[in-house]
Write a protein that binds this ligand. Structure first.
Ligand SMILES: Nc1ncnc2c1ncn2[C@@H]1O[C@H](COP(=O)(O)OP(=O)(O)OP(=O)(O)O)[C@@H](O)[C@H]1O
Length: 151
């Protein structure tokens, strides 16, 4: 019984800390606020369309994925700023890569949105979603400079 009470309290505390973190990201990160807003619009729109369970799942996944990556990106930025507040080339590169993670998640969400909303609202071919994904990969391949590096 005692153990259960302690367990419940611990869980409540963890939840409180996590929600604190959530509010902190929302309060301080403009991008996170924009992403939650767009996510909300996408989810409400999905609610009113005649979409099957799998499509609703993909929409929810896309919305949460972007928020997840943005929160992670914020963690990385904050840790780096704390450990190394001064200018450093490597810190800059790590932050850029961390931002790229968010970008990839965002493009993925756009692809999912184009496939599902595009078909349902505008009756466009779902393949347009794949065309966006191809364009993104082509962009990476053609516009990235430099040769092979480690990793
Ligand atoms: N200490 C640093 N040294 C070198 N370059 C940095 C450093 N801090 C930031 N940068 C460069 O500036 C870019 C933006 O970094 P910053 O931490 O301001 O991210 P942001 O997304 O603008 O963050 P914020 O959430 O604070 O608005 C980085 O991607 C990196 O290129």
């Amino acid at each position: 019984m005692m153990k259960r009470i302690i367990g419940t309290k611990k869980f409540k505390d963890s939840l409180k800390f996590a929600i604190n973190g959530l509010f902190e990201v929302h309060k301080t990160q403009r991008n996170f606020r924009i992403q939650t807003f767009i996510g909300l619009i996408a989810l409400i729109t999905a609610l009113f369309l005649d979409l099957n369970g799998v499509k609703l799942l993909w929409i929810s996944f896309a919305v949460m994925l972007v928020l997840l990556m943005e929160a992670l990106n914020t963690v990385i930025e904050k840790v780096l700023d704390y450990l190394h507040p001064d200018y450093s080339e490597i810190i800059g590169i790590i932050k850029d890569i961390s931002a790229a993670v968010v970008l990839i998640a965002s493009v993925f969400s756009i692809v999912i949105g184009t496939i599902i909303f595009g078909e349902s609202i505008f009756k466009i071919n779902p393949k347009y979603g794949i065309i966006i994904a191809i364009a993104f990969l082509v962009f990476i391949k053609f516009f990235s400079r430099g040769g092979k590096n480690n990793g």
